[in-house]
Design a binder for this molecule. Structure first.
Ligand code: F6R
Length: 608
């Protein structure tokens, strides 16, 4: 979603800002802009609709040596994507970039219009800029003006503010939208996402909700909303530059699919003992007694993270027997009147750790006294900081908008939690041992599937890319794989794709089957084989164009069969999912879509 960068120091600010914005492109955006200040406060504001490259071209013709500036990539919420609505927004001496949403902007706008403010854009951000400008008439301190304006707004924000009257500082503030300050030698960097800081500094301060900071070349002064001075905690960024480069792959998506053997190894590292058949999680912060008292696990997430939860539920409920597992879509849960029974524990699943709906559920569950554990990738993210404990999935930066490696590792991390709880409860040692053996084999199996099937899937994609509709179908653990497979296809190729439980076909979706559809049917050679096979036969009888992904050696009736020769039994669905990731990627390539930055989507959904 929207991205913020800022710089104050001795370098040419425009260069630092556009290189930071380029790093934030992966988050999804529709326009971009920068504002810089000269030593006497002369401002240069450049904004463009479209890609950051357009901004780079514009900057090339308006070069400034200014060493103070802010920049932004905008993902439209209020008002269409356009140059007029792009940030930075300017009101009087104030220049502002903003992530988040100001909910009472309409009322504020009317009030400010009565004070002769004339608005050029449709955005809530321009209203906030005007509000800061308006209150700055009563104070000579930019910090004070920002603080008092923020006291009047309802909503979420991460902001960076320049004032032509104070050319030697940038004021930033955060509530519900992340901001990170990078501390260099005689310079300070501002970013909404750590990737924009890579190559400049690894020393960072994560701004917390309710904090403001004055950034000067000499350093950072941190405050809370009541003007109390705070001591900043400087941390070292774990990410490195390599993580945000394509390393020879055509797209980040393909690179991230191929990284999965290593990322699963990273998720497992130090957490299973394959010989002793035990799992150990350092960050859960719960005693065995506390784990034994868990009777209900509530898994909460959005999109792919939610589907990872649905798949994990099948495994964990088998492992834990008498524990009830519910999986909740965060945007629904947050407005429902739900109850949390005694003994509830929540697993909050999020790659970015910043998803607004998931974060809101975490806040509500904590308010109700539920012990919340994070299953998070982004170290230092809001969710990671606010949970009571958790399991980092450790997949490194996931740059492509569509989530692939995070999904696999979210499932693995939740299984590790299930195994830890099962160990504490002393249940089902045999199944625990099988799962641990399979987790140990999983990275090698993913590696083998990638080698064995990529060329085959590429050919299949060529044949099926012409279809505009698809059904993804599976039973049991393959149902969430069908949901995730269909999400991956639709988001990156714009092919209409629906995921269904195989047993549900007869209850409606089978009516869809015709020559405009192809079907992906997942089939495991297990106790449900016969049941699933009859669903496939029913589909074929209606003229399905079926691609079957299976581990069976038996004869299968379908247009195309991808036979995954798996050493696993329980975790084979994760291998089938790798095949559907490849299928989605190659169909998207055939259809010519922008696979890393699909239209209308953002990597981290920080607004509702
Ligand atoms: C799909 C995808 C999204 C995210 C969802 C949650 O490929 O990436 O559906 O899974 O927006 O994001 P996080 O995990 O960051 O909370």
């Amino acid at each position: 979603m929207c991205g913020i960068v800022g710089y104050i120091g001795t370098k040419q600010a425009q260069d630092v800002l556009v290189s930071g914005l380029k790093r934030l492109e992966y988050r999804g955006y529709d326009s971009a802009g920068v504002a810089t200040l000269g030593p006497r406060g002369a401002a240069t504001v450049l904004r463009t609709k479209g890609k950051v490259q357009e901004l780079v071209d514009l900057v090339a013709t308006h070069q400034k040596t200014d060493s103070v500036g802010i920049g932004h990539t905008r993902w439209a919420t209020h008002g269409e994507p356009s140059k007029r609505n792009a940030h930075p927004h300017v009101a009087g001496s104030i220049h502002l970039v903003h992530n988040g949403i100001i909910e009472n902007y309409q009322d504020l706008r009317i009030t400010l219009q009565q004070h002769d403010y004339d608005f050029k854009s449709d955005t809530d951000t321009e209203v906030l800029a005007a509000l800061i400008d308006y209150v700055s008439r009563d104070t000579s301190s930019l910090l004070e003006a920002v603080r008092s304006a923020l006291g009047m707004v309802v909503g979420a924000y991460g902001i960076a503010v320049l004032d032509t009257k104070h050319p030697d500082e940038i004021v930033v503030a955060r509530k519900g939208s992340p901001l990170i300050l990078g501390v260099g030698n005689g310079e300070v960097f501002i970013a909404s996402d750590a990737s924009a800081l890579l190559g400049y500094t690894k020393q960072v301060i994560y701004l917390q909700d309710g904090e403001l900071a004055v950034c000067k070349a000499s350093g950072v002064e941190l405050y809370d909303m009541s003007n109390k001075i705070l001591e900043p905690t400087v941390e070292t960024l774990e990410m490195d530059l390599e993580a945000v480069q394509k390393k020879g792959y055509d797209h980040f998506l393909l690179k991230e699919i191929h990284e999965q053997p290593d990322t699963v190894r990273a998720t497992l590292r130090g957490r299973i003992d394959a010989e002793a058949h035990t799992a150990r999680l350092g960050g859960v912060n719960m005693t065995n007694d506390e784990l034994r008292d868990v009777h209900h696990i509530m898994i909460v997430g959005c999109g792919t993270a939610y589907y990872a939860g649905v798949l994990a539920k099948y495994y964990i409920e088998q492992l834990l027997g008498d524990v009830v597992i519910s999986v909740e879509i965060a945007s629904e849960l947050r407005y429902r009147s739900f109850t949390v029974p005694e003994g509830t524990l929540a697993l909050i699943v999020s790659q970015s750790g910043e998803t607004a709906d998931t974060l809101a559920c975490l806040t509500e569950l904590k308010r109700r006294g539920v012990h919340c554990l994070g299953v998070v990738n982004a170290v230092g993210s809001s969710i990671a900081r606010e949970v009571d404990g958790g399991v980092y999935v450790h997949v490194g930066a996931e740059v492509s908008v569509a989530s692939t490696k995070a999904f696999t590792s979210q499932v693995v991390a939740m299984l590790l939690f299930g195994l830890t709880a099962a160990d504490a409860k002393g249940v089902d040692p045999e199944r625990r041992a099988t799962l641990i053996d399979e987790l140990d084999l999983l990275p090698g199996e993913i590696e083998r599937v990638l080698k064995a099937h990529e060329a085959e899937v590429k050919k299949i994609a060529k044949r099926y890319a012409k279809y505009d509709n698809s059904l993804y179908v599976g039973r049991d653990t393959l149902f969430p794989v069908a949901l995730e497979g269909s999400l991956k296809l639709k988001e990156i190729s714009y092919v209409h794709a629906e995921g269904y439980a195989a047993g549900e076909l007869k209850h409606g979706p089978i009516a869809l089957i015709d020559d405009t559809f192809f079907e992906v049917f997942y089939l495991l050679d297990n106790w449900l084989y016969e049941k699933s096979q009859s669903n496939l036969i029913e589909m074929n009888a209606r003229g399905a164009h079926a691609i079957v992904i299976t581990d069976t050696a038996r004869k299968v009736d379908a247009e195309v069969v991808v036979r995954v020769n798996s050493k696993l039994e329980l975790l084979t669905p994760l291998l089938f999912n790798i095949v559907s990731q490849l299928l989605a990627y190659y169909i998207a390539i055939e259809r010519g879509s922008d696979v890393d930055q699909p239209r209308n989507l953002a990597k981290s959904v920080t607004v509702e």
